[in-house]
Design a protein around this ligand. Structure first.
Ligand code: TRP
Length: 334
């Protein structure tokens, strides 16, 4: 049996370099080996954007474009829109019985987000319970593997816990998924912050034009202790070098820059110019493919509709098994 991948993204904006190294790269590499489902999680995005649902529709399309742009092959992967699979919502309600409030309270990613989002009118139950909804996303497709960024590990752990509980309580229907974290666990933001994040304004987006990328790179945070190009500088923990290590294939050039940086014989500008060049080489084919698909919105829509149709068929099959296992599969006729 060919194993499945399920992973996804909230459609709250375009995808960035952090998404690429955290998860997209693994998806591209594994799409030939795994039956892959990519969920555009608009219902999850609603949990903290419920007052602005208009934000999501355009971004569903943008995220699909990003998938296609990085080389996810629509002949192989299924792009599924979460709100078009109502079975996910049904499963979430059943799963809610299997999770305690205390478990949600301990979820470190959830805790961090609640702090960051600073819900002024009180914490919505919908947001608080999104890890349960995410467990439905993963398990309804019977995924074996979930390629995600490091911050999502507590979500996979929550899904695993629910699966064990479900299979013990009812019947062995669900698969306990494994997480797969990318080559770079967490790409720092251009501001040197721990994480590149849409809401943090420290991103380089996969669709950014060369001008924008240039501006972003030239204003990147480097070594705060280094005031002049002749001061010896720090390479470790310096995001400009972290990016070089990830995106510049010319290892000899990186070594040379690092050596000169440590000695104080290279300026930030040269290091950044070379990073910009490397990033541009990396982003150019992505931009081209993005432009190609963006010029055919009807085709992209078809890809989404077809992916969602296939995804929903899997979800319906799983829900049949779930209802039987839970003894709520009544036959009202005959
Ligand atoms: N929570 C993920 C994020 O913020 C998006 C997501 C929704 C997801 N459903 C998923 C990721 C299922 C992996 C599996 O990026």
């Amino acid at each position: 049996m060919i194993k499945r991948i399920l992973t996804g993204d909230r459609p709250t904006g375009p995808l960035h370099l952090g998404h690429y190294v955290g998860s997209l790269q693994n998806r591209i590499r594994l799409q030939k080996e795994y039956d892959t489902y990519l969920l555009i999680a608009d219902i999850q995005a609603l949990t903290d954007n419920f007052e602005h649902p208009e934000k999501l529709e355009a971004n569903v399309f943008e995220v699909a474009l990003d998938y296609l742009a990085v080389g996810l092959d629509p002949e192989k992967v299924k792009i599924v829109v979460q709100s078009m699979v109502p079975e996910l919502t049904e499963l979430t309600i059943y799963f809610m019985n299997l999770v305690t409030v205390a478990t949600l309270e301990r979820n470190p990613t959830l805790k961090e987000e609640i702090k960051q989002k600073n819900f002024t009118k009180g914490l919505p139950v919908g947001f608080y319970t999104y890890p349960i909804s995410q467990a439905s996303d993963i398990t309804i497709f019977k995924a074996h593997l979930v390629p995600v960024g490091e911050d999502q590990l507590p979500m996979i752990e929550q899904a695993r816990e629910i699966v064990r509980r479900f299979n013990r309580t009812y019947d062995k229907v669900l698969i306990e998924p494994k997480a797969l974290v990318g080559q770079v666990a967490r790409l720092p933001g251009t501001d040197g912050g721990a994480k590149m994040g849409k809401s943090l304004g420290n991103c380089i987006y996969l669709g950014d034009s060369p001008d924008v990328v240039r501006k972003r790179v030239m204003s990147m945070y480097t070594d705060p202790t280094r005031l002049h190009p002749t001061d010896p500088g720090h390479v470790e923990g310096n995001p400009v070098f972290t990016y070089h290590d990830v995106f510049n294939p010319d290892k000899a050039e990186i070594e040379d820059l690092k050596e000169r940086y440590r000695k104080g014989t290279v300026g930030d500008v040269e290091v950044k110019e070379k990073l910009f060049k490397a990033l541009n080489v990396f982003l150019e084919p992505i931009r081209e493919r993005r432009a190609h698909f963006a010029s055919k919105p009807g085709h992209v829509r078809e890809i989404i509709v077809e992916g969602t149709r296939k995804g929903r068929a899997v979800a319906q099959e799983t829900m049949g098994e779930v209802r039987t296992a839970m003894k709520i599969s009544y036959k009202l006729q005959g």
